[in-house]
Design a binder for this molecule. Structure first.
Ligand SMILES: [Fe+2]
Length: 159
């Protein structure tokens, strides 16, 4: 909890209703407005030429926090979240999210949209998506998952 307190302001942790039990939409709203300690976040920031990087900030029994660093052109695989749910907040740059539907064990694109600083993506337990830095400058995003991600199942593209 101490590590968390260093990262987030009271906006996420000090209100009467425990954030752990909030519906995902309400958690996303709180997550979007939490003040951040950039010095703590910097410890997990890493741009890697080989792949986007996910740096662990905190992992507890019920949740984990990750910081993702994206160079231009880097993308996640098409994935789900193995039963976890989460929220992703864009801190700098912009990311494109594509949502998919499951078809015969594959992923068929449904829609895509771009999100920038201050935006929050909801990742429900059944969300199937891909996130990409489709732009010309680096991007950084902060991810909160509950429970911690046990596995991200990867899906091939349909067709
Ligand atoms: Fe995801």
């Amino acid at each position: 909890m101490l590590d968390e307190m260093l990262i987030f302001s009271s906006a996420l942790f000090d209100e009467e209703e425990p954030w752990q039990s909030l519906p995902l939409d309400a958690l996303a709203s709180r997550f979007a407005h939490a003040r951040l300690d950039w010095r703590r976040l910097a410890s997990a920031l890493r741009f890697d030429l080989a792949s986007y990087h996910r740096g662990l900030l905190f992992r507890g029994v019920g949740h984990e926090l990750l910081l993702a660093s994206w160079l231009p052109g880097q993308a996640s695989p098409i994935h789900d979240h193995g039963g976890s749910e989460g929220v992703t907040r864009i801190l700098t740059g912009a990311l494109e999210e594509t949502r998919f539907e499951r078809v015969d064990g594959c992923a068929r694109p449904l829609c895509a949209h771009t999100v920038g600083p201050g935006s929050v993506l909801l990742e429900r337990s059944d969300t199937l998506h891909q996130v990409r830095n489709a732009f010309h400058r680096p991007a950084v995003s902060l991810h909160l998952y509950r429970p911690p991600l046990a596995e991200m199942r990867i899906y091939p593209l349909f067709g």
